[in-house]
Design a binder for this molecule. Structure first.
Ligand SMILES: [Zn+2]
Ligand SMILES: [Zn+2]
Length: 182
């Protein structure tokens, strides 16, 4: 995912990348914590276009994750897709401080801006960020998923559980008797 600047011709460069999620530290950590699993590699089509002191990167990325329904915990496959635009600016050689030129500062406000360190443009952090942004916040197996039984922990959909129906609240029973008397 590290592209040598020297390999980018003035006409630009188009790359088709396919990487395992385990190659991205943050994604690997999430998988290890059991938060999700990747059932497909991270595939990206990236177009790098050089400008004066910067490179514009346009990309489309896709993958498939397996996550759990937030209510009933059943496994679900969720396709991920994301389109992104990032600008990589050349840092000034020497002291490592980025250049503060008007056009780049303006661009930094409305689009992602990354710095190029050394002679390579590293797409790893960019691709990882895009996968993280594409992940759904909350997933439900269906909009009206009833979740798990609070007593036995079985899913309430798909036939329900074997728990007897909730015993009526004694206060309601008292009210009911009152009603019958009147
Ligand atoms: Zn569910
Ligand atoms: Zn139950």
């Amino acid at each position: 995912m590290e592209i040598k600047i020297a390999a980018i011709s003035p006409e630009g460069l188009t790359l088709h990348l396919e990487r395992e999620a385990a190659e991205f530290p943050e994604l690997r950590a999430m998988v290890r914590r059991g938060e999700l699993a990747f059932t497909a590699p991270v595939k990206a089509r990236v177009r790098i276009a050089p400008g004066e002191g910067f490179f514009d990167v346009h990309g489309d990325l896709e993958s498939v994750v397996e996550v759990h329904c937030s209510r009933c915990l059943v496994s679900l496959r969720v396709p991920l897709a994301s389109s992104f635009e990032v600008t990589f600016a050349l840092a000034l050689p020497g002291d490592g401080t980025p250049p503060h030129e008007e056009p780049l500062e303006l661009q930094a406000d409305d689009m992602g801006l990354d710095w190029i360190h050394g002679d390579t443009l590293d797409l790893r952090a960019t691709l990882q960020e895009q996968v993280l942004l594409a992940l759904p916040m909350q997933v439900l197996c269906r909009p009206d998923c009833r979740g798990l039984c609070s007593r036995c922990g079985q899913p309430l959909d798909a036939g329900g559980c074997a728990c007897p129906p909730e015993a009526p609240d004694p206060r309601w029973a008292a009210l009911h008797r009152l009603k019958l008397k009147s």
